[in-house]
Design a protein around this ligand. Structure first.
Ligand code: E4P
Length: 224
């Protein structure tokens, strides 16, 4: 089943979107937690309150060696939450991913800027890959193209790894990666809001209300 995530640690926004969308979980990174001014001890129970026990939470390691990352991942796995360990797909990170894979720790390889880098992370055993669509566009490359090519390679080689594209600045980027057949996506709050903000929608709804009230006043449909 397709997995929709929010790329935020803002509890108010998580509660807002979980009321109207099938939110599978959230993705975080050290910058997101620092910006929200919230640590995991406070965040994890609040996310569970907003999304239910099944809410999946992607948490990035901050250790700087492969051993430190693996130790951190093991501690994260002891917590009573559905946590996926995010590991930057650097040389050290890939070494950590191989070790985590051997210990059956679920991993998302993050900070993916190229097809080759992402494919290697998948071969090392990552369960998810997070290509950074807008950040790739911002350095003059093609974020959607990286996602599409990665999906092609995963499919061609039958690698059991899901793409979870991240870093979006507009809804067109979202549409394009969905068309590439990704299994999951994480949306910043601003972009998730824009998905509802097509300028023609509210005027259409307003027109229905006006027409109805002109003919039937304040009665409800079943009262007419
Ligand atoms: C998520 O996994 C990434 O850490 C994050 O989406 C990066 O997004 P940004 O480019 O908007 O910071």
């Amino acid at each position: 089943m397709f997995e929709l995530y929010l790329d935020t640690a803002d509890i108010g926004q998580i509660a807002r979107f979980s009321a109207c969308l099938p939110v599978h979980g959230i993705t975080t990174n050290p910058s997101i937690l620092a910006k929200a001014g919230i640590g995991l001890t406070e965040l994890l129970p609040k996310v569970t309150e907003a999304l239910g026990k099944q809410g999946r939470i992607h948490v990035q390691v901050v250790g700087e060696s492969a051993d430190a990352m693996v130790k951190e991942a093991l501690r994260l796995q002891e917590l009573p939450y559905d946590i996926i360990v995010k590991v930057p797909a650097t040389e050290i990170g890939l070494a950590a991913i191989k070790q985590m894979n051997a210990r059956d720790i679920p991993v998302l390889a993050t900070a993916i800027y190229s097809v080759q880098q992402g494919f290697l992370a998948a071969l090392c055993g990552a369960d998810y890959l997070a290509p950074y669509v807008n950040r790739i566009d911002a350095i003059g490359a093609n974020g959607v193209g990286v996602v599409a090519d990665l999906q092609l390679l995963l499919d061609r080689h039958g690698v059991p790894c899901k793409l979870l594209p991240a870093s979006f600045k507009n809804t067109q980027q979202v549409l394009e990666v969905l068309k590439a057949g990704v299994a999951s996506i994480t949306l910043p709050v601003e972009v998730a809001s824009e998905l509802f903000a097509h300028p023609s929608v509210q005027p259409a709804v307003n027109r229905f209300t006006e027409d109805w009230q002109e003919a039937f006043g304040r009665t409800l449909s079943f009262e007419s």
